[in-house]
Design a protein around this ligand. Structure first.
Ligand code: ATP
Length: 434
């Protein structure tokens, strides 16, 4: 069973490369561990996921603002956040094969899973996951800066900037999408855990006595978002952090988990961070970061409810969820909103004016959707290629088109075909995609 499950991941990795979703970074030089590049289909899909997240978190609400903070920040930010001191994982090495493991992910009473030797592990050491670099030409300790390991801190330090600029009152949130970097000890499972990734994070600022109700609210909201992405319900669940799992800043925390071929794993963290972050930044910056409530005339540090999800991990989740093997085809049953190409247009044959009509349709749809035109090979092969790319709808121009201005539309999942008028294609897509 385990072998079969890994097999699915292997097939997905190979499809992702073959069809241009995801490539190994710097492949011609042998690749670089745990870094990936998004190809033509991958970049579209990632963009769709980010837009859907932004739409639901920012555009559809009236209590949210967005920002885009810089990756490099003042090094004191990471002292205040606790990352310099505490953003560590316990690391152990096998003395025989030199493989490195996360101590909390391995049973040291068993043989090394790579070389099979017993009692070959070193003592666990704490390893800081932040990437360090130097600002300016001098490489000394006074010039150390870090690549941010999360985007959240950029939101905390801008809380009052955003509040003043937008004249917001509690409760309100700040959303951000951006790169984060972690020097993970054991990256792996394709793009599940990488050293460079993108996060979609939201911090919601509330009155301290309203934290629990907002925490419950955001749990529901975020789970509903995954359903709207079209993910299978029975593959999603919450995992509540027990007392021993809770991060130093959290009063309560739930992970949204998905059942991957390699087991149930976190895709998003929802945390009640209390006033930990603003209190620490107040202490380290010496600035009064309290909020003044002009109704109650109180001054206090807001509590923060955080929702934090990896964009790459969401993309992997969508791919895994959509990957389907049927008797004669492999098909990605992606939700049309997430699918990289929304529609493919084919002339049945390369003559009798069919390519011209098909191109005209392409030109009309282009600009609104990513559209693919294909006139080469048998129609069956063309359908199969689009199935693998997750394209939900294929429109074919045939002899009948020339007589009555209709095309066939073929549904990716059911493979059923129906005829519709050329003039109806736009509304057909809009109804199903938006
Ligand atoms: P883990 O315990 O798996 O290392 P975490 O609890 O440290 O993860 P958070 O700090 O809560 O993760 O990060 C929030 C989200 O960011 C995660 O749910 C995940 O979607 C994403 N994420 C975190 N680390 C990585 C990574 N190395 N690669 C890809 N995505 C990541």
């Amino acid at each position: 069973m385990a072998a079969q499950k890994n097999n699915v991941m292997d097939k997905l990795v190979s499809l992702a490369k073959r069809r241009g979703f995801i490539f190994q970074s710097s492949e011609i030089y042998g690749g670089i561990n745990s870094c990936y590049d998004y190809g033509p289909l991958g970049v579209e899909m990632k963009k769709n996921i980010k837009e859907l997240w932004w739409k639901s978190m920012v555009y559809e609400r009236d209590d949210m603002e967005g920002i885009d903070a810089s990756i490099l920040m003042h090094p004191k930010v990471w002292e205040a956040s606790g990352h310099v001191e505490g953003f560590t994982d316990p690391m152990i090495d096998c003395k025989v094969c030199k493989t490195r493991f996360r101590a909390d992910q391995i049973d040291t009473s068993k043989p090394c899973p790579v070389c099979g030797n017993r009692d070959s592990f070193t003592e666990a050491r704490q390893f800081n996951l932040m990437f360090k670099t130097y600002m300016g030409p001098v490489e000394d300790s006074a010039n150390i800066v870090y690549l941010r390991p999360e985007t959240a801190q950029g939101i905390y330090v801008n809380f009052h900037n955003v509040r003043e600029a937008t004249r917001r009152k509690l409760p309100f949130g700040i959303a951000q999408i951006g790169k984060a970097f972690r020097n993970e000890i054991t990256p792996g499972n394709f793009i599940f855990r990488t050293r460079e990734f993108e996060q979609m994070e939201m911090q919601f600022f509330v009155r301290p006595d309203e934290d629990e109700q907002w925490f419950e609210y955001w749990k529901k909201e975020r789970m509903a978002w995954y359903s709207r992405l079209g993910l299978k319900q029975d593959k999603l669940r919450f995992h509540e952090h027990g007392k021993d799992e809770l991060a130093h800043y959290a009063k309560s925390a739930y992970d949204v988990e998905y059942e991957f071929p390699f087991g149930w794993n976190e895709i998003e963290g929802i945390h009640n961070r209390t006033d930990f972050d603003l209190a620490r930044h107040k202490e380290y910056s010496g600035k009064d970061l309290r909020y003044f409530d002009d109704q109650s005339k109180e001054r206090f540090l807001p509590y923060i409810i955080e929702t934090s999800v990896g964009c790459d991990r969401t993309l992997l989740t969508c791919l895994v969820d959509a990957y389907t093997e049927e008797e004669e085809r492999v098909v990605l049953k992606l939700d049309p909103k997430v699918a990289p190409i929304k529609a493919a247009i084919f002339p049945l044959v390369k003559r009798d004016g069919m390519p011209e009509v098909a191109r005209k349709i392409v030109n009309e749809l282009r600009g609104e959707y990513r559209i693919f035109y294909d006139e080469s090979g048998s129609i069956g092969r063309r359908y199969r290629r689009q199935d693998e790319a997750g394209t939900p709808y294929c429109f074919t121009v045939d002899t009948e088109t020339l007589e009555n201005q209709t095309v066939t539309v073929r549904d990716r999942d059911s493979m059923e075909q129906q005829r519709i008028k050329i003039g109806e294609i736009k509304s057909y897509l809009a109804e199903r995609i938006k």
